[in-house]
Design a protein around this ligand. Structure first.
Ligand code: NDP
Length: 452
């Protein structure tokens, strides 16, 4: 029998890779090594969800001060001290990184702090030249920000650099209309930058429910963000003082202190040796896998963003865990990718689970229940921002096919609503539930008449 250096070699120490390594080692007794070329924790912990959410909190405090003043508190709003925040953020990320490292090591995983590439069906080659063999290889290298070709090398930022800024720019051009563009536009504006959000399409947050899109877009505009849809960047030039001159297809030419590309993320497979090893890749470099995260090379698996299924941390964690249980635990587990909830951390937040109204109409006779109103907390001080609670219901089975919320705390609310949708709750189940008063989310159980 062939003997391998390891039972499992994981490339990438992010959410999916770490979960797979830990479960394989600690629960199933596998001998596991993991290579990470940058920092343990991956995109989510080091330059994604975690630092982003901390920035959301920081920006929210600014809005909170204004609100407090309107409620009668005698407060004075100073400037946001980015340096002080950065200092604390760096310390927090260091702390989290060491927890990730410690948890993996205490599970028995050997961590190699260097790049590894695949050099065979059972072999990886490390940056220091060592070759190691493994019965199974797991690709968990995540994704990387995508900048459209003409603008590469222009010196603009992506989400990788945003957390490393020396100072908060006075004005920023954010390109894109997806998760990162909308979140970062809200954060930067909330911290004191003047933000222009430039999106090529008709409406931001493509793929989300149309009413949710509209509510978020209106909220961004109310915050003072310059939202420019149907707009394309035509020229981008770095000026000697480090700022950027941008020209768009509307003929405007403006100077911005910083430019952020939030134009999507692509699977991180370049130079990883996968093609040479015979691993089939998709058009955008995504590793092609089956329901068990197995590639066409039986010993090689892949989980998380690198597979371009659903680019969300909790999904990667599920896939990593399922992989470990399938391959090392003797229990084949397929991840169910249906009805995965997600949240966009704008102000207010947006949360969504299940089908959008447009998606539902393709296969169902649909009833739409919806409430759009000014929440008590901010209506009291005259703010116009509107909350949205929307249920998309199958008229025949009464099953709730989709739930879409725009409201403060929608990220928290949609997590709970997702349980009901996942369980197959009907509109009558929602109706039978007594409201919690006075809350915003009581609307979810008080939607009496369909609006269409
Ligand atoms: P998204 O896919 O959400 O959005 C990309 C945006 O860039 C779209 O608006 C797209 O436009 C636009 N775009 C793409 N190519 C071009 C181009 N060539 N020129 C101009 N615009 C372009 O990607 P993000 O980078 O925002 O985020 C990546 C993923 O990370 C998300 O899909 C999400 O899964 C995950 N994420 C999740 C978060 C959360 O859960 N809160 C937060 C951040 C990220 P168009 O719509 O026209 O294609």
């Amino acid at each position: 029998m062939t003997s391998f250096d390891y039972d499992l070699f994981v490339i990438g120490g992010g959410s999916g890779g770490v979960r797979a390594a830990r479960i394989a080692a600690s629960e199933h007794g596998a001998r596991v090594a993991m290579a990470e070329e940058y920092r343990m924790g991956g995109t989510c912990v080091i330059r994604g969800c975690v630092p982003k959410k901390l920035m959301v909190f920081a920006a929210g405090h600014g809005a909170g001060i204004d609100e407090a003043a309107a409620y009668g508190w005698q407060v004075e709003k100073g400037r946001f001290d980015w340096g002080a925040f950065r200092h604390r953020l760096d310390a927090e990320l260091n702390r989290l990184e060491s927890i990730y490292t410690r948890n993996a090591e205490s599970a028995g995983v050997t961590i190699l702090h260097q790049r590894a590439v695949v050099s065979g069906a059972h072999e990886v080659t490390l940056a220091d030249g060592r070759r190691l063999s493994a019965r199974h290889i797991l690709i968990a290298t995540g994704g990387t920000p995508f900048i459209p070709e003409p603008w590469r090398g222009a010196g603009a930022m992506t989400s990788n650099e945003i957390f490393l800024m020396d100072r908060l720019p006075a004005n920023v051009l954010v390109l894109g209309g997806g998760f990162i563009a909308c979140e970062m536009a809200g954060i930067l504006q909330g911290l004191g930058s003047k933000v222009t959000l430039m999106y090529r399409g008709r409406q931001i947050l493509r793929g989300f429910d149309a009413d949710l899109q509209e509510h978020v877009a209106a909220a961004l505009v109310q915050q003072g963000i310059g939202l420019e849809v149907n707009t394309d960047l035509m020229a981008l030039e770095r000026l000697p003082d480090g700022s950027f001159r941008a020209r768009d297809n509307q003929g405007r030419e403006r100077v911005f202190a910083a430019v952020l590309f939030a134009t999507g993320r692509v699977p991180n497979t370049a130079g990883l040796g996968l093609e040479a090893a015979g691993v089939a890749l998709g058009e955008n470099g995504a590793v092609k896998v089956d329901g068990y995260s197995q590639t066409n090379i039986p010993s090689i698996f892949a989980v998380g963003d690198v597979t371009d299924r659903i680019q969300l941390t909790p999904v990667a964690i599920r896939e990593g865990h399922a992989f470990a249980d399938t391959v090392f635990g003797g229990t084949p587990v397929m991840v169910d990718h249906s009805n995965v909830a997600s949240a966009v951390f704008t102000r207010p937040e947006a949360g969504s689970v299940g089908l959008t109204e447009d998606e539902a109409r393709k296969d169902h006779a649909v009833e739409v229940y919806m409430a759009s109103f000014r929440p008590m907390q901010t209506a009291f001080i005259g703010a116009d921002t509107k909350a949205l609670f929307k249920l998309v219901v199958d008229r025949d089975s009464r099953r709730v096919l989709g739930c879409h919320i725009v409201a403060p705390g929608a990220g928290e609310l949609i997590q709970i609503a997702a349980v009901a949708v996942k369980m197959g709750a009907t509109k009558d189940d929602f109706d039978r539930t007594v409201a919690v008063h006075p809350t915003m989310s009581e609307e979810l159980v008080l939607l009496r008449k369909p609006v269409r």
